[in-house]
Design a protein around this ligand. Structure first.
Ligand code: IMP
Ligand code: MG
Length: 173
């Protein structure tokens, strides 16, 4: 495993994202929807630097089945807060193909929010398969499988305070 983004670099990027989000929304109330499980670390760090009145809810989305390849996307919105007539900011760990974010936005649009925007710590360069860009991005990264700061490989490594790229010997290839 090799460190891709150090802990101080991650922290600095989260501060920058919070500044951008605070600047964008000003004092308007905001509903944050974190995407479980990968967003939990970013969510906790980001909301503590946000200055508008805010509510926090979660939705669960998973598309990995224990490996580094995608499976069918499953969304569980049982815990999602009421977002009707709210400005919504979806927070996720990483924007890869974009299918997860697109499906979440499609689902939430049906619930009549005022607006929906998205914030992700990482965006993989050149991997997008949808016509959608996240509104607030911490880092663009190359197409490597990364872990740490919420991101997992087979449910491990979410607790690392930095972002690391897995190497072939880490995934038994
Ligand atoms: P997308 O639907 O292809 O954009 O994938 C987004 C989801 O896949 C994220 O919410 C992550 O949970 C997961 N994911 C994508 N790339 C990685 C990675 O490099 N490491 C860990 N999880 C990833
Ligand atoms: Mg995820």
């Amino acid at each position: 495993m090799k460190t891709l983004i150090s802990e101080p670099e991650v922290n600095e990027a989260v501060c920058r994202m919070a500044d951008e989000i605070n600047g964008f929304y000003g004092d308007s109330p905001l509903t944050i929807v974190g995407v479980l499980t990968g967003s939990v670390v970013l969510l906790a760090d980001l909301i503590r630097q946000m200055t508008m009145p805010l509510r926090v809810g979660v939705v669960q989305a998973s598309s990995y089945r224990g490996a580094t390849t995608r499976g069918p996307l499953v969304i569980n919105s049982d815990l999602m807060p009421n977002i009707a007539k709210q400005d919504v900011l979806i927070v996720d760990d990483i924007f890869d193909t974009g299918h997860t974010m697109l499906e979440l936005i499609d689902l939430m649009h049906k619930l009549a929010p005022i607006s929906i925007r998205s914030a992700v710590l990482l965006q993989k360069t050149g991997q997008q398969q949808v016509e959608l860009c996240p509104d607030f991005v911490g880092f663009e990264i190359p197409n490597e499988f990364v872990v740490g700061y919420g991101l997992d490989y087979q449910d491990q490594y979410r607790n690392l305070p930095y972002v690391a790229a897995l190497e072939s010997h880490d995934i038994g290839e």
